[in-house]
Design a protein around this ligand. Sequence first.
Ligand code: HAS
Ligand code: CU
Length: 554
Amino acid sequence: MTISADRQTRQLTTQEKKFVGWHLLVAIIALMVGSLFGPLQALEFSGLNLYQYLDPVIQSYYQGLTLHGVLNALVWTTFFIVGFATLTTIKGLNRPLSHPRLNWVGFITMVVGLLMAAVPLLANAATVLYTFYPPLEANWAFYLGLTLVVVGSWIEGYGFYLTLHAWRKDNPGVRSPFIAFGGILNMAMWQIATLGIAVEILTMLLPYSFGWIDATDPQLARTYFWFTGHPLVYFWLLPAYVSWYGMLPKQAGGKLFSDSLARLAFWIFLVTSVPVGFHHQYVDPGVPVAWKWIHAVLTYGVAFPSLLTAFTVIASLEYAGRKRGGTGLVGWIRALPWKDASVTAQLLAGILFLFGGISGITNASYNLNLIVHNTAWVPGHFHLTVATAVTLSFMGISFWLVPYVTGKQLYKPRLALIQVWVWFVGMVIFSNAMHVLGLLGAPRRTPLGEAPYVPDAWNGHLLRTSIGGAILLVSVLMYGWVMLKTAIGPKANPEDVPEVPIAESIVPAQQTPAWLDNFKPWLIGTAVLVVLAYGPQLFIQISEISLNAPGVTP
Ligand code: HAS
Ligand code: CU
């Protein structure tokens, strides 16, 4: 009891708020710039090619698509996540970072990396899409820049571990507060996951972009990439889950249904996020079918904690809705605080994630994947997941977080509320059209407006994609406006500034079994499973490495 009461007492210092705020600033700028390119693709689909007017600043559809993917999927997410994890660590553990300078070093490393990668991206010298598959070849500064962003995030992660360690020493036997636990676990998962691209970049892509080796091995590079690329999606998702489990119930006027179930879901993510990367490589000829099957089975394993999440988060929301006077089968849903933009953003994010989950589980099936792989279905899927479950949740979080770190009030909360509904409507149209196009065979990553083979049956859906994309642009501009006006608005009275919402568990967290709050066995289990699921294939692919694909500069 006293733990949660105390937790509310320590506010972040001005320095700490600024530090978190810098992360958010970079994140939101990246989202704004990156989002400008989304509708360019979507409009191109119905024959409106705006790229021709951007030449020579942006030279091609593919340069725009690369900027869109890198800025939105990699930069917006990573900076927001590290900033948010800084807040949940400090606020959750109710103490300052143990080595704040270390975290600053990490942050500056991330920014330097971002600037370094931005130069070739803007100069059309890294038009390799966000997956940078060789033999596409980018300028070395792109690879080095990305590496620095990742290394910077690792350094910030070390700062979190040291802080948790210090907290544990002072609080023996106490369960770690959930929001801190979730953010730190995500960092641990990320550090294991990113070993794949670290090896890919350091042993293959950098040497080849420096000209030290002439050619590369695309098969091995893809295996390294997806070692990281799959868990990357859970690195994006888990901070949204931290909020859904650990904050949203409080915002909705209730409690977390079960601290134990919440932690169990997070541990399953730690163990199963990495060893599933071959589900992105079902069509790769160099991976034997048996290994694809093993990763397919494990993919169903990694979907399970999201099913647990749907149960626990909806149960927490039902508890809140009934406490607010909601009755009957659906009356509790109406009773939720739908006027609160932060809550609504996260509810809508969750609703669309139900559909994103369905398309994910479809992707995971080997034989269905053969139908949807490399079609517009896949971006349909990930706009429901990373671009909605995650992005719309982060927007919702920022509606209290940006006021909290700036000491301002949210600018026009009603506008914010409209903005999240506009996102929802735009995304329903966009993602549905993309899924259908995929089933009809439309390829992804293709300027379909120029394709000579487009059958009439696609036209209506291509148009819907454009309309959805245009609506999403309106929403993201509204979001940027609300954030800007909030940040530059006048200082608010301290009592008008939102508090960090921290949900208590119905069964007190202290009753959660100790094995659900102990990293060691889970980290060992993770290492064992990753070695079993990847070791033999990595051994074979590395020992049979054939550097025979010369680089192609797009
Ligand atoms: Fe995925 C491709 C399989 C989840 C992102 N995925 C991608 C790509 C991205 C991506 C970016 O197996 C493209 C990569 C590329 O460029 O090639 N994905 C899955 C599976 C899941 C899944 C099984 N994906 C995600 C998430 C992402 C993401 C999360 C980002 C954040 N995905 C695949 C596969 C491919 C793939 C294949 C390769 C496709 C190919 O061929 O290239 C699962 O984790 C999904 C489980 C989710 C659920 C939903 C649970 C629902 C919840 C909502 C509760 C509701 C609430 C609201 C709280 C089972 C938790 C209540 C509201 C009230 C009002 C009451
Ligand atoms: Cu995946």
